[in-house]
Ligand binder design. Sequence first.
Ligand code: MTE
Ligand code: CO
Length: 425
Amino acid sequence: MSSEPKTEPLDRRRFLGAAGLAGAGLAASALPLRAQEAKPDPLITEVQDWNRYLGEGVDKRPYGTPSPFEKHIVRRDVSWLTASPDSSVNFTPLHELDGIITPSGLCFERHHGGIAEINPANHRLMIHGLVDKPLVFTMEDIRRMPRQNHVHFLECAANSGMEWRGAQLNGCQFTHGMIHNVMYTGVPLKLLLAEAGLKPSAKWLMLEGADASGMNRSLPIEKALDDVLIAFAMNGEALRPEQGYPLRAVVPGWEGNIWVKWLRRIEAGDKPWQAREETSKYTDLLADGRSRRYTFIMDAKSVVTNPSPQAPLKHKGRNVLSGLAWSGRGTIKRVDVTLDGGKNWQSARIDGPVLEKSLTRFYVDFDWAGQELLIQSRAMDSTGYVQPTKDELRKVRGVNSIYHNNGIQTWHVRPNGETENVEIA
Ligand code: MTE
Ligand code: CO
């Protein structure tokens, strides 16, 4: 960084102190060091091992993995949340990521019966029910059909579900990490259905997984004929076992539960199947005792990923606030951010691709003088829908819900930079 910082004046003692600490790996400086002013830094003046000795050759890592210095960046679970790991969930470390694509190995996992291990040679997809010609596809059959590439977010309807009654989990990984965003390659479902020939009476499809839970959901035919993909690849390579290898449904903008993994059967019918996952689960009990059902679409939502409880502020002066916004109804038009609990709002800088039903990255480049902050972000989508406050949401939905909590998140930054999950509205 060569440009002169425009921010707070440099505290000389602090500055020199920071130069001394740099060798110990502690970057305490609020501003970049200037070469002519710093004390001799062995990282500059001494030749280091990695600079002296040859590194590992090309054959050492036939499949690459992240640097060992990044090994703390992993999916994490919340042990008390579920009774057993086979029917459980872990969370994407959103505070450690940037851009809009989730690395495949960090995509959160949600399984109801563990990860099915399927040899693709033994995988079949059956389409039957209200069709002219029941069909069974092998993976090779599917790979010979016209395919498409699309980037989409998958958000579990239960994302932020622990936060309905108040601030609970301390980290955006846990409050918002049941989401990932990857590029899928797959065959449009409408092409597979056309092969089988839908009967006019077919109004719903039932999608069923080949895992031990045999998880199934009913999908309305309009969506099936619109933008649903039957995907075999993510981020350019085969789906990961955790994400449904060798085949999964991609249902853009709709709750994660309906994105059936290890997809083995599609039955066409004239009404929904009333499966467990759309009756007992994935319904929202309202205050008056009625339930919202078949709430497929994920409404616009956003979260500041940095700073956040797992990623506190460390430096005064120049800082980058970063976050993610998404909408199951289209694209993100605008994201507003407040640093003072809603007294002042500014529009964030959106950077990178703005895609349909995809995560969208935003930034606010700001100076921090060490004052307390109450940080919120508020997304607006291409339909004009504005992300509500948690109180606004509770007025309509009550507090019995688990699913579809898209309320505005608040982070409280203390003068020492520590950051906590709080609620102000
Ligand atoms: N499909 C099958 N066959 N079995 C499952 O347990 N879990 C669902 C859905 N599809 C599930 C499934 C739920 S609740 C979600 S949120 C998403 O898969 C999670 O997808 P992911 O594991 O790729 O994050
Ligand atoms: Co889910």
